[in-house]
Design a protein around this ligand. Sequence first.
Ligand code: ADP
Length: 487
Amino acid sequence: MKIKKVLIANRGEISLRVARTCAKMGIASVSIYSETDKDLPHAKYSEESYSLGMGSLAQTYLDQDKIIKIAKDCGADAIHPGYGFLSENTEFCKKVIDAGIKFIGPSVSAIELMGDKKTSKVKMEALGIPLVPGYHGNEQDSEFLLAEAKKIGFPVLVKATAGGGGKGMRIVETEQDFTQALEGAKREAKNAFGNDKVLLEKYIINPRHIEVQLVSDGQGNHYHFYERECSIQRRYQKVIEETPSTALDQKLRDEMCACAVKIAEGIEYVGAGTIEYILAPDNSFYFLEMNTRLQVEHPVTEMVTGYDLVELQILAAAGEAFSFKQSDIKQSGHSLEMRIYAEDPDNDFLPSIGKIFSVGEQEVPSARLDSGFEAGNYVSIKYDPMLAKLIVHGSNRKEAMENAIKSLNDFVFSGVKTNRDYLRRILKHPKFIEGDIHTHFIQDYKDDLGKSEFQRNEKALLIAAALSDELPEKNGPWNNVMNFRNV
Ligand code: ADP
């Protein structure tokens, strides 16, 4: 059945991104917004948009009944949940289906199965998928878990089974630290997810985070769209993603992609999903989890394969078969995504708020800015600090990195402090240039990524400018500041 009108149950860049694909497909889109967001582009792009009122997240973007009522009243025949918010919420998914509306995503049972790290591991074990050595049974007694941890061998990772976003996770280096770390993880998990069950995993030293993009059509055909490398993380949150990964040769890539397709087949998946793996330095790879939704970093895959993943999600939800074969999907060139956050990396990553004066003009032809903001908007403390994603392409990694730096120079987002300079420092780091990265990159090279000499100079110039009563002039300090900014 064709989808004619999609309500987008999200905000910011992802709401806009979905709306654009709807427009391309001749589908009407409906956006929703909290009163705090009423001036943001996503609230204005679609022909129809509805206010969720003022209030907390629970009273706005997470108010399931309010959102479903809007969808019914406006005659939407499908809901796209974006990522985060209600995208992996089975209660919401069930309510949407019960209201006679299509949920653009997989089945309730697939979300349920993969939403829990324990149940998903049990299923993966049955399918013969490699898992990190560990314990994911029902027993939660601390003495028992300590004995299991000893069997696994330290360091061990304690993980909340309901976990996400790195919450309820603790690295335990020694036996002595175990009980305290276990209690900490359980407490955090209980607070965040209302469920304090944990599992144990061998803690892999210096691994890489590699994930495979899957999309299954509405007729039982499963496709992979190759890998993304997301090893540049801060506190388990991805900062820069790229594809292809420098860690994979063709054989390893084929194995990881085949394994992902096997998972999709094994759970009779429909729609877009991501298999996350951890890749050990000896090239062993292990299933970490599956995300049953569109990922933040999906654009790098779109850049190298040329497919619009949101379009495929909509076709799959409509029950359609895709018109292409797996062998038609090719990786072409290299793509990088940088997450632009309103935060101050030189001040403990403190979130910054304020009015955006300008976004900046992009001169790199391949660059794509998926932004939730435009000049004049206010960045509020209420929501995620991600302002935009900057995605670039190059015929190879070197060219993609050059384009990434050029694009960062073009994008200013003036008015609020952003992590732009920090991203440039990562991109210019010799180890990053070599492709020698792992999930502790940011932590291990913390000092190298700190404020560099030219930025200290920049600050000195700003102070000099502020102290002088002169207005900015052609050869004055402000001009030098601008030159510094374009290094
Ligand atoms: P969450 O769902 O909370 O994001 P994940 O299981 O997806 O948790 O893991 C998040 C990140 O934690 C990974 O990308 C990786 O950096 C790190 N990680 C997870 N499991 C391990 C492990 N067994 N050994 C080392 N690092 C791990």
